[in-house]
Design a protein around this ligand. Sequence first.
Ligand code: PEP
Ligand code: MG
Length: 580
Amino acid sequence: MFGSTPVCVVLSMDFCNLYHMSTSGDADVSSPVLSGVPVVAGVRYAPVVRPGRPPSDDDDPTAAPADPSAEDERFRAAVTAVAARLRDRATRTAGPAAEVLTATATLAEDRAWLGAADKRIGAGLPAERAVREAVAQFTDLFTKMGGLMAERVTDLQDIRDRVVAELRGLPEPGVPLPDVPSILCAEDLAPADTAGLDPALVVGLATSRGGPTSHTAIIARQLGIPCVVAVGGLDVVPAGEMVLIDGTAGTVTVAPDPSAAADAVTNAQRADEQTARWSGPGATADGHPVGILVNVADGAAARAARRTPAEGVGLFRTELCFLDRDTEPTVDEQAQIYGEVLEAFAGRKVVIRTLDAGSDKPLGFAGQPEEPNPALGVRGIRIARDNPGLLDHQLAGIAAAADATGNQPWVMAPMIATAEEAREFAAAVWRYGMTPGVMVEVPAAALLADRILEHVEFLSIGTNDLAQYTMAADRMSADLAALTDPWQPAVLALVAAAARAGGAVGKPVGVCGEAAADPLLACVLVGLGVTSLSAASAAIGRVGAKLAEVSRTQCEEAADAVLACAGAAEARTAARAILG
Ligand code: PEP
Ligand code: MG
């Protein structure tokens, strides 16, 4: 469809301009290659699937229906269609996903809310408005009741959006469950959406927004789904179009030649098989040991990560377990969730990070204030200031999980900016008999790492936020992706400062930000003095295999070369010249 004139008729001017720019003027034979920022390596060829947006109430009909009983029939038919679709999907999936779909279908047909909507339609409201009002009645009530009932609020709102979309003849909102393996293309995705993706059906992920360290990117890494973000021109590629996504080159090719696309997939698979042969433990070619650890979001991710050569967990992002919660999980619930990760890595190192709520990961129960600039606001450890119970309950949950599993984790705090914060956090962790550490994500913490290390046993550098705060560039901004590039020498100078401080007192300094997932940059980090690298499962093999190819001296030479550079591109080239 893209090879001839009609493309400009059916698609926007933006796409046409992009198309002509990226095909070197030969619009008749080439396919448009859209460029973005590579996030998860891997090449896949599949049709595009797109999430539907929740229908806005601005477009709901306002006039009273001429025949309320016909309107009620229209409403009931929409509910039946939505529930049937959910049940049909449940039969085509398995495990917890099937249970969730069946439960949602049952809730869609719940008599209480259907009755509330019927009543409003009978009183003359159009079905769309009746649905919104009836759902609001129950969500208000459930929110007030709190606990498990409050958790149904999101489910009911999801049903509301599906029923209204059905009434208005719009595509189903949310991330669809495709019938065939597909490439999910979206403007951006909420962490809760991406967390539920099935990697067997969503085989590629491309977004037009978001940076390489956005949480969409992080979860794509977690699931090992090839991913490219900040892809210009992506929003006009329609659902159903065949695309070739290349998560290494950072490209999305629209309607490529099918046999060339199949060859590209086969070649990439061959390269993957080579890295799959690396079996650990982490070390340079001349035997300098480097811990290769994995980042996980929950027990399921940890169990999957046990199939990689990862020696332990370097970052357990606990807040990702609770993104859909409006109420604080109990200590027992938390203990059970953390215990799953400790059990998956029994007898091995596990670093648990306390809740990093705020900014792009708001937690309903964290009591965060409305702020004009949340990335610089009350997030991470700062939440504990006004809400010390939250931290204490979490530490109690972690300690209980440690007792139950016999695996003693290290515990670290996000967003530490001062030695005083580190001291207070360490005291709280010691009270539970656990080993405290902190993340280095704020430049102040890197600059004063020696003073922070007087209080804690280890540092873990979060290069995603460290880049954001060093370069004063929002990590979510596609426009600023070049600034939040972890190859920026200013960011690496701060990594060097923190690693030096750790080396001086013999305390470990790891990197758990996305920089550790880039095999070349991982070698540079080792040259800077970093003692462990923690990355998503999908990156473990590539990072370990690359490190095993180079000597410690090469890593150190590359680190020196990079620190002498003026920019990220120059730094990459300098490192490549030394590390291959
Ligand atoms: C980081 O900032 O590098 C980090 C690991 O934390 P998160 O990405 O969860 O903010
Ligand atoms: Mg961070």
